[in-house]
Design a binder for this molecule. Structure first.
Ligand code: 13P
Length: 297
C-alpha cells in the first residue's frame, strides 16, 4: 500500500493542532468527492501557506476509492511539500475506520456518537489501540454528543435540544478512556445549512476545553453556515479544527449548473469544470483566512 509518510521535518497533525490551539487559529478540514475539488483546496493551501486536512465521508470514499484518495493526496503532498492530512471523515463503524487506515489514510475519525456512551467508548478505543499499535503518530478523532443534519441545504428548522450538547464531564471521561487525540462534540452546530441561523454555545465549548487535557484538540463539525463572528469566538474558546463540506458542495454545484446552462454545447470536461474549481478555490481561501490559517507552515 501507498502510505502518506510523514516528512521528519514536518510537524505531525497533533503538533500542528496544539500550536493552533495555543495561538488561537484553526486547521481547515474540507471534504472532497473528486480530483477537481482536491486540486482547488490544495492550490489554495499552497497559495496561502496553510496546513490542511482533506476529508472523505463513507459515501465520498465509496465514490472516489480509498487507495485512489490516498494516491491523489500523496501526489499533491509530494509536489507542493505541504502538511496535508487525509481523514476518513465520520467512519460509522470500527471496520470502516480500520479499512481507511489500512488503505493509507494518515488521520482517522471514528464516529460512534449515535451509540450509547459505553459502546461509543469501547469502539472508539478499539480504533485508537489498533491505529496506535501500528503508528503512534497518527491522530485519531472520536465523537460524542448528538450532531444533527446532513451536508446539504436543510429544508426544515433543525431544533437542537440542550440534551444534545456535549457535557464537559462526559467529554473528559470519553477522552481519557479512549485515548483520542481529537475530540468532536455538539455545541449547537449541525451538518448542512440550516434554515435558521445556528447559535453556537460558546460557553459550552469553553467548559469542554477546560475539562480536556491540552493535548486533546477540539474539532468543530458542521462549519457551513455558521456566521464568521461565531466561528471566531469558537476558535478563541478552544476549537482548533473546523470541518466544512456543504459550502464547498454548494459553490461547486452552482458554478457547474450555471456553466452548463450558459454553455449547453460545451462537452470538454476541463472547460466545463474550470469555473467550479475556481469557486471552490475562492470559498476555501475565504474560510482559511477566517480560521487564521494563513502562513502557518
Ligand atoms: P457541513 O457540511 O455543515 O460543512 O459539515 C461538514 C462536516 O462537519 C464534515 O465532517
Amino acid at each position: 500500500i501507498i502510505r502518506l509518510c510523514y516528512n521528519p521535518n514536518m510537524d505531525s497533525l497533533s503538533e500542528i493542532l496544539l500550536k493552533a490551539q495555543k495561538n488561537n487559529w484553526a486547521v481547515g478540514h474540507f471534504n472532497i468527492s473528486n480530483l477537481e475539488q482536491l486540486r482547488a483546496i490544495m492550490e489554495t493551501a499552497k497559495k496561502i501557506n496553510a496546513p490542511i486536512m482533506i476529508g472523505l465521508s463513507e459515501g465520498e470514499r465509496k465514490f472516489v476509492g480509498l487507495r485512489q484518495a490516498v494516491a491523489l493526496v500523496k501526489a499533491f503532498k509530494e509536489e507542493y511539500g505541504l502538511p496535508v492530512f487525509l481523514n476518513p471523515d465520520h467512519s460509522h463503524s470500527v471496520e470502516s475506520a480500520k479499512e481507511a487506515y489500512d488503505a493509507g489514510f494518515d488521520s482517522v475519525h471514528i464516529d460512534l456518537s449515535k451509540l450509547p456512551f459505553n459502546e461509543n467508548i469501547e469502539g472508539t478505543k478499539e480504533v485508537v489501540d489498533y491505529v496506535k499499535s501500528k503508528n503512534p503518530e497518527i491522530s485519531v478523532e472520536g465523537e460524542l454528543g448528538y450532531l444533527r443534519g446532513e451536508s446539504r441545504i436543510q429544508k426544515e428548522i433543525i431544533k437542537i435540544k440542550p440534551e444534545d450538547l456535549t457535557k464537559p464531564e462526559e467529554a473528559a471521561e470519553f477522552a481519557e478512556k479512549t485515548g483520542v487525540d481529537r475530540f468532536a462534540g455538539a455545541y449547537g452546530n449541525s451538518h448542512g445549512i440550516s434554515v435558521d441561523e445556528p447559535a453556537l454555545d460558546i460557553e459550552r465549548i469553553r467548559s469542554v476545553r477546560k475539562a480536556l487535557t491540552e493535548n486533546v484538540a477540539m474539532v468543530l463539525h458542521g462549519g457551513s453556515g455558521i456566521p464568521d463572528s461565531q466561528i471566531k469566538e469558537a476558535i478563541k474558546a478552544g476549537i482548533s479544527n473546523i470541518h466544512v463540506n456543504t459550502e464547498i458542495r454548494m459553490a461547486y454545484a452552482e458554478a457547474l449548473r450555471n456553466f452548463l446552462a450558459e454553455n449547453p454545447e460545451e462537452t470538454t470536461p476541463y472547460k466545463i469544470l474550470a469555473p467550479a474549481v475556481e469557486t471552490v478555490r475562492i470559498k476555501v481561501e475565504e474560510k482559511l483566512k477566517l480560521f487564521g490559517s494563513v502562513n502557518r507552515i
